[in-house]
Structure formats: structure tokens, C-alpha cells
Design a protein around this ligand. Structure first.
Ligand SMILES: C[S@@+](CC[C@H](N)C(=O)[O-])C[C@H]1O[C@@H](n2cnc3c(N)ncnc32)[C@H](O)[C@@H]1O
Length: 214
């Protein structure tokens, strides 16, 4: 990665961290209560590609979990084997968290997220399911299956967070996820999002948080 790309990526991740705080916002007390209950918080990052956000997510969840109780496990999945190998090389295994007390343990699996229910080993009790730059426009049917599977992997009090590159794609994803049983808690436009060359596209342009409808 060139120096310019590295620095853009770092800035994108700082903005993503800010947006995560913003969408959890008023819901934070409930999220903390849920996280306090579990020994190790569990994150599932779906369609994670090379999962540049791995550490931002583990640090964010560890911070919500509280000082000294910060162990977090992240499982990332993508259909692209090469990206998954990169993610595993960079973030795989157990390491100390940088900004929090506790450990992060990251594992990455190559797999089809529209068939997550076939991965019984994952369990269904994730505290956070995350999708960065969900890709509804690139096959609505597949992405609806992915959203459905994502909601099923959430613990009853867990949270689903998505980010989107485009306004319309975000709107369509919000509609689909609510239709499939997600309750939208909050959605935020990212005013600082880095613009990309395609008109109307920017990095983590929108971020939304859901829980499961009861
Ligand atoms: C727009 S990219 C986002 C990648 C990454 N999350 C990011 O923000 O850079 C969409 C990702 O979805 C993955 N994907 C598409 N269909 C998938 C499926 N059925 N199961 C798992 N991953 C899938 C692609 O391989 C790609 O990495």
C-alpha cells in the first residue's frame, strides 16, 4: 500500500470510529449492559474483504465493554479468499488491544455469507454484526439473503451496524433490513466521508444501527 493510500485509510478509519460512536449514541447504555454480561464480546464482520476495520471494531467494542473487561473476538468472512488471507496475515490470532486493557482474537473465514446458517460453528449469539460498504446494488437477492442471515446471527439484544457508499443503496438496504426483521435505531450521514471518484460515492457515507424486532 502506498503512503498516500495508507494515510487515507487511517483517516477513513478515524472517521468510521467517530461514526460508530455517533450511531450507538443514545443506545449506548443498553449496548454496554448487554456487553457486560458476556465474558468475551463477539463481533461478526460480514463481507469484510481485507477487514481494514478489524482493530477499530475490536477497540470500539472493548471500550464499550469497560476497562479491564475488554476481551473481544472478531470473526470476519468474505467470499474472496485472497482478501481473507490478507486479513488473517495482518490481524489474525490473539493480540493485546492497543488502546484498551484486554485481548483481541481475530479469525477470518472464506465463505458465502448468504449461507451463514451452514456455519454452525459460529453460533448465533453475536454482540455485534457489522457490514462495511454493504453492496445491495450488486445483487439485491444475494444481499437480502446476507442481511437475513446477519440478523439471525445476532443475539436477541445484539446490534447490527452497516455502512454504505451511496445514498440510494443505503436507503434500499435500510428498507430491506427492516422488512427482514431489523428495527432501525439510528442512521447517520457522515459529513466528513472521503469522496471517491464515482459521483455520489464516499467512504462510510452512511452508517446505520439496528436491533432485532421482538
Ligand atoms: C463493496 S465490498 C466491501 C468490502 C469491505 N467490507 C470494505 O468495506 O472494503 C463488498 C464485499 O462483499 C463481498 N461479498 C459479496 N458477496 C458475498 C457473499 N455472498 N458472501 C461473502 N462476501 C460477499 C465481496 O467479496 C466484497 O469484499
Amino acid at each position: 500500500m502506498s503512503e498516500r493510500l495508507r494515510s487515507e485509510n487511517e483517516e477513513d478509519l478515524l472517521r468510521l470510529r467517530k461514526m460508530l460512536g455517533k450511531v450507538v449514541g443514545d443506545d449506548e447504555a443498553e449496548v454496554r449492559r448487554r456487553l457486560e454480561k458476556s465474558e468475551q464480546a463477539r463481533i461478526l464482520d460480514i463481507a469484510c474483504g481485507e477487514c481494514r476495520e478489524a482493530e477499530v471494531l475490536t477497540e470500539f467494542v472493548a471500550g464499550l465493554k469497560g476497562a479491564g473487561k475488554g476481551d473481544v473476538k472478531l470473526t470476519g468472512m468474505d467470499v474472496r479468499a485472497r482478501e481473507i488471507e490478507d486479513a488473517q496475515r495482518r490481524f489474525g490470532g490473539k493480540q493485546d488491544l492497543k488502546a484498551q486493557a484486554g485481548k483481541q482474537d481475530c479469525e477470518f473465514l472464506t465463505g458465502d455469507a448468504s449461507k451463514l446458517d451452514q456455519h454452525l460453528e459460529l453460533g448465533e449469539d453475536f454482540d455485534l454484526v457489522f457490514m462495511r460498504h454493504q453492496n445491495y446494488w450488486n445483487g439485491a437477492k444475494t444481499w437480502e439473503q446476507i442481511y437475513d442471515q446477519a440478523l439471525n446471527k445476532l443475539d436477541q439484544d445484539g446490534r447490527l451496524i452497516i455502512t454504505s457508499y451511496f445514498d440510494k443503496e443505503h436507503e434500499l438496504a435500510l428498507e430491506a433490513i427492516q422488512r427482514l426483521g431489523g428495527e432501525l435505531i439510528r442512521t447517520e450521514f457522515n459529513p466528513e466521508a472521503r469522496k471517491l471518484p464515482t459521483e455520489g460515492k464516499s467512504v462510510d457515507r452512511h452508517v446505520a444501527i439496528f436491533k432485532r424486532k421482538r
